[in-house]
Design a protein around this ligand. Structure first.
Ligand code: GDP
Ligand code: MG
Length: 311
């Protein structure tokens, strides 16, 4: 436990800890993460050494440091090797977290939520419930039975209706997260926002942009490998040159991903580049190549290669 010294004794104690945001796919976790990271007080300085796989963002504010853990959303029955890895990562994040934010749709718990609730019980983790997408609920009274049901299922410290998309309630959620964090020293220097490697960040961002655009057509069928990462490359006008390979499982998916005249892929590329430039604070030249590799999700060798390539 940290204790402020000297003249700072009367100040509220510093709060620090790891927070896992968990919930079913599409519930809005990434949207919330992005909103939260806008509260960041400092520029991003990713370190090349990855100490922890799951860290997504670090939010250091006045009197607190929130380490946001990234958790893949899927906690259903594992169907593929990749899905099993995702379940393991989500479980790891819950185990590692000091505080869990369970994010749900504005409706009663389903199978995935039940799985997560069981994990929370097993680990006896303090948790907040964020009911997202309340902008889609016209009659707010409809939220009450949902809140009731969750409250009966688990002793949530707080239940907060939010709209991650419209940034409604996000500031309040952050306040409550900080309130329920343990007292402690900051774990990272305040000017650091993530400890993922730049390669891992680049791969994540490209993959997220692909999912954002093609959620329906290619669910879970995309892997991204950062094949080249040359900082301040003379051949590209001093910009960082990043070549990302986007792996799909079938020819048809490749066509969809590229789009007519390459338009769709171009959109993914420019959105990913903007985000990366923002994160790294440097101009980027990003090149995307789509590759077909049938069955990659069940190929342990490929998955290992992928992990090593993006380290
Ligand atoms: P994730 O899979 O949990 O990371 O979910 P995403 O953050 O990628 O969001 C999935 C979809 O839900 C996207 O189309 C978001 O724009 C949408 N979404 C997220 N939050 C909200 C919200 O508060 N309201 C509405 N209407 N849509 C949202
Ligand atoms: Mg997401």
């Amino acid at each position: 436990m940290a204790r402020a010294k000297g003249s700072r004794r009367r100040k509220a104690p510093f709060k620090a800890g790891a927070v896992a945001i968990v919930g079913r796919p599409n519930v809005g976790k990434s949207t919330l993460l992005n909103q939260l990271l806008q509260f960041k007080v400092s520029a991003v300085a990713p370190k090349p050494q990855t100490t922890r796989e799951n860290v997504r963002g670090i939010l250091t504010g006045d009197g607190y440091q929130v380490v946001l853990l990234d958790t893949p959303g899927y906690l259903g029955r594992p169907a593929h090797l990749l899905d099993q890895q995702m379940v393991r990562l989500a479980r790891d994040a819950i185990v590692e977290a000091d505080l869990v934010v369970l994010m749900v749709e504005p409706r009663p718990p389903g199978d995935i939520e039940e799985n997560i609730l069981r994990l929370l019980e097993q680990e006896s983790k303090p948790a907040l419930l964020a009911i997202n997408k309340v902008d889609t609920v016209r009659n707010k009274a409809e939220l009450l039975p949902v809140m009731d049901e969750y409250a009966r299922r688990f002793p949530f410290r707080e239940i907060v209706p939010i709209s991650a998309l419209r940034a409604d309630g996000v500031g309040l959620l952050l306040q409550l997260v900080v309130r329920h964090l343990p007292e402690g020293e900051p774990l990272y220097p305040p000017d650091e926002v993530t400890d993922r490697s730049e390669r891992a960040l680049a791969a994540d961002i490209v993959r997220e942009e692909v999912y954002r655009l093609y959620r329906q057509e290619v669910p879970y069928a995309v892997a991204v490998a950062i094949d080249e990462f040359r900082e301040q490359d003379a051949e590209h006008g001093g910009k960082d040159y990043i070549r990302a390979l986007v792996f799909v499982e079938r020819e048809g998916q490749k066509g969809i991903l590229i789009g007519r005249g390459g338009q769709a892929l171009k959109q993914v590329g420019s959105r990913a580049r903007e985000q990366l430039e923002h994160l790294l604070g440097r101009p980027i030249y990003l090149e995307l190549w789509v590759k077909v590799r049938p069955g990659w999700r069940k190929d342990p060798q490929f998955l290992r290669w992928l992990q090593e390539t993006n380290q």
